[in-house]
Design a protein around this ligand. Structure first.
Ligand SMILES: *Cc1c(COP(=O)(O)O)cnc(C)c1O
Length: 357
């Protein structure tokens, strides 16, 4: 089976050497040595000021909304993984969908202002497939209307915008380090927080709001990353440049061989790439279903991602429309994309697609 992605498994001897150290120290969690090491190395690698590691990417979003004390309505995108939106509902917030741009698949910044009401407290855009949103424009809208901005940057590990880490924009950016993501810690995530005071508060919030041993200062939760997760992250981080390079080769091979009448994601010209996904959009859903069927018959598992468009989630109020997101969702397929995908397997995928479109 060739799946849409393949979790990167680092050298097992290296991972075991971390395990041995964890076993002999007896320290498994609560800001241990490897969580601190990983935090320090990611701060350098990503070139960010304040990074906080947590146990998954969904709770990173929930913490971001809590830290910024968001209330009422949130302007967000329907073209994303469900966690962007379910985390809002979980925190008692009300997602209002702004449609996406049909070429970049990111929130259409030109339509954001129309979605703002008295009750809006924030914009939560997603850098879809690692492609940067229209950051400067979103920045100016948020300032003008006094809204907070949380970027769901789960796909944007290592991406830069105008030469600076993409994570440094907005009030908070969040990352996911789930096993299926470009960089992973099995399960995990992070927040990059602009304001220093808020960063200090976040450090306490992830540990039940305990300030010093006997002083519980804030409402908190348990969102700590543990030492075994951090050890995985340290191993994967050693290889990340190689991983991204191999993915770039896979990307370029697809681009050189796939029929050019498919639609590829239009990149923001100020954004660097991390090759986290390889989405293609077909002319209509019928063609997509034919391609998907033919690929599966050959043992290839692409993924309809993101599908369905989230404005129709059954736990949201029903009267929301996002025709562009809905249309793209029905026609988009993510092809297998991972560092060890072979040219032979890519050829198989490409030939099936050529025959079915
Ligand atoms: C993966 C992902 C999340 C959730 O992250 P988890 O670590 O799985 O909780 C949130 N948003 C987007 C866009 C994602 O792709």
């Amino acid at each position: 089976m060739i799946n849409v992605t393949k979790t990167y498994i680092p050298d097992s001897k290296k991972y075991k050497s971390y395990i041995d150290k964890i076993f002999s120290s007896g320290w498994l969690t609560n800001n241990g040595q490897f969580v601190r090491q990983l935090e320090k190395r990611l701060k350098q690698y990503l070139n960010v000021k304040n990074i906080l590691l947590v146990c998954n990417g969904t709770i990173a979003l929930q913490l971001a909304y809590r830290l910024l004390e968001l209330k009422g309505k949130i302007i967000t995108t329907p073209f994303t993984f469900v966690a962007t939106v379910s985390s809002q509902v979980w925190e008692g917030l009300n997602p209002i969908f702004c449609d996406i741009d049909k070429e970049t698949y990111n929130i259409d910044s030109q339509k954001i202002e129309k979605s703002i009401t008295d009750n809006s407290s924030a914009i939560v855009p997603v850098h879809v497939f690692g492609n940067s949103c229209d950051i400067n424009f979103i920045d100016s809208i948020s300032k003008k209307n006094n809204l907070k901005v949380v970027y769901d940057a789960s796909h944007a590990f290592g991406v830069t915008y105008k030469g600076k880490s993409i994570l440094e924009y907005g009030d908070i950016s969040t990352l996911s380090f789930h096993a299926t993501k470009l960089f992973h810690t099995v399960e995990g995530g992070a927040l990059v927080i602009k304001d220093d005071k808020l960063y200090e508060k976040a450090k306490k919030m992830i540990n039940f709001g305990i300030y010093e041993s006997d002083n519980i200062k804030y409402l908190g939760i348990n969102a700590k990353m543990n030492e075994l997760q951090a050890a995985m992250g340290l191993c994967v981080l050693d290889d990340i440049d190689k991983i991204i390079y191999c993915r770039k080769m896979v990307h370029e091979y697809y681009m050189s061989k796939l029929p050019q009448n498919l639609q590829f994601q239009k990149q923001n010209k100020y954004s660097s790439r991390n090759y986290s996904y390889f989405p293609v959009v077909f002319e209509d859903e019928k063609i997509l279903l034919r391609v998907e069927y033919s690929l599966k018959k050959e043992g290839v598992n692409p993924r309809r991602y993101f599908y369905p468009s989230l404005e129709k989630l059954n736990y949201l109020n029903k009267n929301q429309y996002a025709p562009i997101s809905s249309s793209i969702s029905k026609r988009i397929l993510c092809l297998p994309m991972y560092d060890s995908l072979t040219v032979k397997d890519q050829d198989k995928i490409i030939n099936v697609i050529k025959k079915s479109v």
